[in-house]
Design a binder for this molecule. Structure first.
Ligand SMILES: Cc1cc2nc3c(=O)[nH]c(=O)nc-3n(C[C@H](O)[C@H](O)[C@H](O)COP(=O)(O)O)c2cc1C
Length: 202
């Protein structure tokens, strides 16, 4: 395989970087040439054949740095195989709602029980896999990812900014699924990477 792959991520407390690094290690095993880089260190993506972007989920959406990067490279992303992953604390599923032409890889750590939309609260609705895809396609409407994955990440207050610490402490009081701890499941990341390689590197 002689395709060059960029795996780029934003992170505040390290989980999304860890996922990116595991993807990079898996790519190495599959003899694919990949670079794992923080989004702030990536300017030009023209040397890469394939792009994988990872973002922590902030309030149901990618981080501002990732949004900016996606918009800036919109044209190139339309022309290259592209995959996206989120790390977050919550993922829900609206019963009967499936994205017609794009599936979401769900980390089994989430233990999802589908619910009818009219039985969901605002938080649950804004954490459905279909909602994540909608958020992504609002930023880059003409780019169709090969795959989107959602992995459970980690919440480490000691590594958050003062403001984020306050906000997230409040959220932990309101949402029982959001609690501090490290929940990253490397096996799920490896499973997604293997599946992805079949599509990306053919
Ligand atoms: C500002 C902020 C907002 C967040 N919003 C959500 C959210 O809406 N839903 C969720 O499941 N997790 C949320 N999280 C948790 C992060 O998505 C999760 O901890 C992620 O794995 C962190 O990635 P990182 O360690 O790479 O920074 C939020 C975290 C921060 C700091």
């Amino acid at each position: 395989m002689n395709k060059k792959i960029l795996i780029t991520y934003d992170t505040e407390s390290g989980s999304t970087r860890e996922v990116a690094e595991i993807i990079g290690e898996e790519m190495d095993k599959l003899k694919a040439e990949s670079d794992v880089r923080n989004i702030v260190d990536v300017d030009n993506i023209s040397e890469y054949d394939t792009i994988i972007i990872g973002s922590p989920n902030w309030y149901g959406k990618p981080t501002p740095k990732i949004k900016k990067f996606l918009k800036k490279h919109n044209q190139e992303l339309m022309q290259k195989p592209f995959a996206f992953f989120f790390t977050c604390m919550c993922l829900t599923k609206i019963e009967g709602e499936n994205s017609p032409d794009l599936s979401v890889f769900q980390d089994p750590q989430f233990n999802i029980i589908p619910k009818l939309k009219n039985e969901m609260n605002m938080w649950e609705k804004s954490h459905a896999g279909s909602f994540y895809i909608k958020q992504l396609s609002k930023i880059i409407p003409d780019v169709k990812p090969v795959s989107v994955a959602v992995f459970k990440g980690g919440l480490d207050f000691s590594r958050l900014s003062f403001f984020h610490k306050i906000v997230m402490k409040l959220i932990t009081l309101m949402i029982k699924e959001v609690q501090s701890g490290e929940y990253l499941n490397p096996d799920a990341v490896r499973e997604w990477t293997e599946k992805l390689c079949v599509d990306l590197l053919k």
